[in-house]
Design a protein around this ligand. Sequence first.
Ligand code: ADP
Ligand code: MG
Length: 224
Amino acid sequence: MAEPIAATEALHREYETGDAVVHALQGVDVRIDRGELTVVHGRSGSGKTTLLNMIGGLDRPTRGRVWVDGAEVSAMGEDELVRLRREKIGFVFQAFGLVPILTAAENVEVPLRLRNEQPGARTKRVGELLELVGLAGRARHRPYELSGGEQQRVAIVRALANRPKLLIADEPTGQLDSSNARTIMEVIRELVRSEGVSAIVATHDPLLLDVADRVVELRDGEAV
Ligand code: ADP
Ligand code: MG
């Protein structure tokens, strides 16, 4: 079997709140295969965000282990985590998170500038990405001139600008109506194919599971 892009072993995360302890993850073992779209599904509070944050190196497990691309994330120091997030992972969140004063194209360009890519290469990559999500004609628009679905498409290709190996999207459709939500899932589906990226997408919406190659179902912090 090929090495998975990400995996967890006996993963636990507990949050202490006052005198109570919340068991957000209680021994989760998952395996995320390369080149696949894995959807993490479960009700609100089932542990989806916690699991994605552990895999993305945004938070640390209480116990258990996490690997991404063969490296043990749960054993990394802060500098290594920063490098992992910058070089291997693209993040997308429910709230789009575009920079309001920048155009769609400039938003997508930000990560390329941070990597000191040459201007010609940046323009080419930005154009190709916006084209992929049907927004070539919107390149010079600012976020407030775009619909929610369009803003999320910009955020998704911004996350892919540096060709990460893994796209992590936490409820990317949470602020969208059902038709835009479906479009976003299909866009991610298509990018997994065309860009060869692996993706983990969390959603509580059962109607979006059909685009997945694999579904991880969480219930009360356990994979079922
Ligand atoms: P989901 O994303 O599926 O809605 P979460 O991973 O956000 O679930 O939360 C799982 C559980 O952990 C919930 O009971 C939630 O209230 C709790 N939780 C999440 N983050 C924190 C935190 N920072 N402090 C305390 N409890 C938390
Ligand atoms: Mg969540």
